[in-house]
Design a protein around this ligand. Structure first.
Ligand SMILES: C[S@@+](CC[C@H](N)C(=O)[O-])C[C@H]1O[C@@H](n2cnc3c(N)ncnc32)[C@H](O)[C@@H]1O
Ligand code: SF4
Length: 384
């Protein structure tokens, strides 16, 4: 990719899962009848054509199949969607194509087909390395199945990542340390490590409210977070974003598109996008409900339900919100260009005084290790 070409990502959302995990509030739906994948492919193609028609001229540097459970898609469905992207946009020769996969044996059987279709990076939702923890998270796979799926993925794809959820009910520091060391010994180039969050409207939220799901308190969560940072950094996978760790150079380029606030197209039910149209950054979102999205695309050619021009202040705030999640932080000059005014120096000085932010030697502003656990408050303080 040439240095002067800004990265551009395409996100494809596959909204179906075999069952709904009790902690999850992603746009995922369970259907007991077979999914008409051919019909979805036609709708994906139409929405890709419509989206490419609006901006045009972009070169796609990253593609991400997220969900839901994209590993429930037939490899031919993935291939057809990639073909449609290639038909309507220029695709960079070194494009990163990631697919999120659930690690069951049935899904692993499709990995070869995904590779043949053009997927070159897999992100596996392993979540935990023990069967009791997996059952408590409502997962459908065992630890053995997840390890087998990971081994197969590593043999087929140059680039693999997996997700774990920590700060689970009753999880001790020692248990997490052992689990994390085992994860690191599996030698991935990239790990996503999320603290369990209780999301409104989920079964875990009801259990939590009833006192039947007890999470580590703030101090214990902080200790688990610190342990995670130290253990991963010592193993050569420092955090490049709050929850994401990679060997240098193995960062997920697609997620960097979001966090570095470049442009991306969101395709499929409930997908979000950020596109510049005639010099204005627009926030887009599509209909979330899969069948309603299909009907909308079939009748009007796209599934957009939100398509708003962002003001300069909104753009600058989003840039801060995304960029400060990164260990590399943000370039204050880019903030100034977006906002039309510089960041408030008095607020920066106050936050630096608390040890929450710092300015690096090259002038970038970044959140410190101490500031990350209170990132939302830091961003709120700096925002326009
Ligand atoms: C789009 S989701 C799911 C991908 C895939 N369907 C799976 O479950 O393996 C991406 C990741 O978010 C994380 N996640 C989802 N809900 C979470 C929650 N409530 N707390 C912490 N992590 C969560 C999980 O690690 C999950 O793998
Ligand atoms: S965590 Fe993954 S498999 Fe579970 S419901 Fe959410 S998207 Fe589906």
């Amino acid at each position: 990719m040439s240095a002067d070409r800004a990265p551009f990502g395409v996100y494809i959302h596959w909204p179906f899962c075999l069952s709904k995990c009790p902690y999850c509030d992603f746009n995922s739906h369970v259907r007991h009848a077979a999914i008409d994948e051919a019909r979805f492919v036609r709708a994906f193609e139409a929405e890709i054509a419509a989206t490419a028609g609006r901006g045009g001229g972009r070169t796609v540097s990253t593609i991400f199949f997220g969900g839901g459970t994209p590993s429930l898609m037939q490899p031919t469905t993935v291939g057809s969607i990639l073909d449609a992207i290639g038909k309507h946009w220029t695709v960079a020769p070194d494009v990163e194509v990631t697919l999120e996969a659930n690690p069951t044996s049935v899904e692993a059987a499709r990995f070869r087909g995904y590779r043949a279709a053009g997927v070159n990076r897999v992100s596996l939702g392993v979540q935990a390395l023990g069967d009791a923890a997996l059952a408590a998270l409502g997962r459908l796979h065992t630890a053995r199945e997840a390890l087998d799926a990971l081994a197969l993925a590593r043999s087929l794809f140059d680039r693999c990542s997996f997700d774990l959820i920590y700060a689970r009910p009753g999880q001790t520091r020692r248990e997490w340390q052992d689990e994390l060391r085992r994860a690191l010994a599996l030698a991935p180039e990239h790990l996503s490590l999320y603290q369990l969050t209780v999301e409104d409207g989920t079964p875990f939220s009801a259990l939590h409210a009833a006192g039947r799901l007890v999470l580590p308190d703030e101090e214990a969560s902080r200790a688990l977070y610190d342990l995670t940072q130290e253990t991963c950094a010592a193993a050569g996978l420092p955090a490049y974003e709050i929850s994401n760790h990679a060997r240098p150079g193995a960062e997920c380029r697609h997620n960097l598109v979001y966090w570095r606030y470049h442009e991306y197209a969101g395709i499929g039910p409930g997908a979000h996008g950020r596109l510049e149209v005639e010099g204005t950054r627009r926030a887009t979102a599509t209909e979330k409900e899969p069948e309603a999205w299909l009907a909308r695309v079939e009748s009007v050619g796209h599934g957009l339900v939100t398509d708003e021009a962002l003001t300069r202040a909104e753009t600058a705030d989003e840039f801060l919100l995304m960029g400060l999640r990164l260990a590399e932080g943000i370039d204050p000059a880019r903030y100034r260009a977006l906002a039309g005014c510089p960041l408030d120096q008095a607020r920066i000085a106050a936050l630096a005084g608390f040890g929450f932010i710092e300015t690096s030697a090259d002038g970038r502003l970044r959140v410190t290790h101490r500031g990350f656990p209170v990132l939302d408050a830091v961003v709120a303080d700096l925002a326009a």
